[in-house]
Design a binder for this molecule. Structure first.
Ligand code: HEM
Length: 474
């Protein structure tokens, strides 16, 4: 009917923009996701805001986000490639590419990560080995306060390094530690308020320190990766692939030999794809683990219950993936850490791949779309205590683990996190293993109330700077 199609042509509602700046002045640029969540109370679960002259559609709450990303997977499944992300990626790799390039790289990465152990025994062994090194680092502080960032990031990064390069690195190897530290800095810089301004007004670039840092880091990463690839190429053996890079190099040689035109397996995709796996695979998992350790220090009675369960079910032997089923409380705590830590609050920006009619609204092809994951993980109609640390969200009355639909930290649909199964295995093994051996506390004189739940913002939401003590359990 006429009235229906008229209604469907309506654009989503939203606050009135002013010229040039749009709605920028009403946004908390340091925590735009909080402002978006607030705005949804006035404008509903689908609304639009103007970031400068550019229209952005925000999707809010479990039902809306899931319907868009899963039921309209194609329509909402393209990536919006911001100027800040172009610096390192151009339009190559997986994270910030679209179309055939994205499809080929994503498919190749998934099948090869599986071959090199993602979600299988192979990576379980790598993780268990790495945990011993991480515990060794914790021991070096002898119970004195320290910042968990570097040891945790190095340990986590070594898992993806082993899968990609075929071997782990020593925590004292500057090639490796510089790469991890740069990845960490990039996540902070690329998600900063000033980078957001750069994305909206790229002509600001020459004046912005954040842009300068991102360019410098991209150049150094390229140089370092190129050296590592050259070393692997010189010792390449098609019958004994060490990791993802070997597979890629072999595929590249095959495509060259068969004169395959427009092959996607070229150096640019190798550099960007490996860079993507390294950065997406390090900071996310590392940040989640650090939230976990901090939350355990903040809520010692919950830490006690986790320890009690590990002690009773596993005793002194090394935890393995199989143990998860027998550790419902610990599993619930890990899920609750991911829910509350909410480390990718706005997911990564999507873009409509065509004109879309969605829930009575019209959204034009190419519009930026923000799936507001924070509003899913803290959706008041899905969670009993959305803003508290409450592991019971994932437990039934009998203390058994229950899955929750609105648990969506990895996003959903076509762009769902490619490393989800690896990340879940890492979180479980790292978390249970370190809690089995250490008790985490605030430093002497620091109250648990000083550990704040807000965090600081980059692309991922990090715990505010803090120190913890890791005390050996007797
Ligand atoms: C994408 C979360 C670990 C590789 C994403 C996205 C989220 C996410 C929210 C964006 C999805 C979207 O666009 O809607 C997480 C969390 C992790 C984690 C919370 C750990 C706790 C990992 C690991 C890897 C990885 C370990 C490495 C193997 C990727 C890649 C993409 C991605 C390659 C891009 C997918 C695409 O654009 O097609 N992740 N991730 N992630 N993640 Fe993860």
């Amino acid at each position: 009917s006429g009235s229906r199609s008229q209604k469907e042509e309506k654009e989503p509602p939203g606050p009135k923009p002013v010229p040039l700046l749009g709605n920028l002045l009403t946004l908390d640029l340091k925590r735009p996701f909080d402002t978006f969540f607030e705005l949804s109370k006035t404008y509903g679960n689908i609304f639009q805001v103007f970031l400068g002259p550019r229209k952005t559609v925000v999707l809010v709450g479990y039902k809306t986000v899931k319907e868009a990303l899963v039921n309209y997977a194609e329509e909402f499944g393209d990536r919006k490639i911001e100027p800040g992300f172009r610096i390192m990626n151009d339009e190559h790799g997986i994270l910030f590419s679209n179309g055939e390039n994205w499809r080929e790289m994503r498919r190749f990465a998934l099948s090869n990560l599986r071959d090199f152990g993602m979600g299988k025994r192979g990576s379980e062994e790598k993780i268990i080995e790495e945990i011993q090194f991480l515990k060794g680092e914790f021991d070096k502080f002898e119970g004195k306060p320290f910042d968990t960032t570097q040891p945790v990031n190095y340990a986590v990064s070594n898992i993806i390094s082993a899968i990609v390069y075929g071997s782990r690195f020593e925590y004292t190897d500057p090639r490796f530690t510089d790469m991890v530290d740069r990845a960490n800095e990039n996540v902070r810089v690329l998600g900063s308020a000033s980078m957001m301004l750069y994305n909206i007004f790229p002509w600001l670039g020459p004046f912005l320190n954040s842009k300068r840092i991102a360019v410098r880091n991209a150049l150094r990463n390229r140089a370092e990766m190129t050296k590592l690839f050259t070393g692997l190429l010189e010792t390449l053996n098609p019958l004994d692939r060490r990791g993802f890079v070997d597979s890629f190099l072999i595929r590249k040689q095959n495509d060259e030999q068969s004169c395959k035109e427009d092959s996607y397996f070229h150096d640019e995709n190798l550099i960007v794809t490996v860079g993507n796996l390294f950065s997406a695979g390090t900071d996310t998992t590392g940040t989640t683990l650090r939230w976990g350790l901090m939350l355990m220090a903040k809520y010692p009675h919950i830490q006690d219950r986790v320890y009690e369960e590990i002690d009773r079910v596993i005793g002194g032997r090394k935890p393995v993936v199989e143990d998860r089923k027998k550790l419902p409380y610990t599993d619930a705590v890990i899920h609750e850490i991911q829910r509350l830590a909410n480390i990718v609050p706005m997911s990564l920006p999507h873009k409509t791949s065509c004109d879309v009619h969605f829930n009575g609204y019209f959204i034009k092809k190419g519009t930026t779309v923000v799936p507001l994951l924070t509003s899913v993980l803290k959706d008041p109609s899905e969670w009993e205590k959305p803003n508290s640390f409450y592991p019971e969200h994932f437990l039934d009355e009998k203390g058994q683990f229950v899955k929750r639909d609105a648990f969506m930290p990895f996003s959903a649909g076509r762009r769902v996190c490619l490393g989800e199964s690896l990340a879940r295995m890492e979180l479980f093994l790292f978390f249970t293993s370190v809690l089995q051996s250490f008790r985490f506390t605030t430093p002497p004189g620091v109250s648990v109330d000083d550990l704040d739940l807000k965090g600081i913002v980059g692309i991922t939401l990090n715990p505010s700077p803090h120190k913890l003590c890791a005390i050996r359990r007797s």
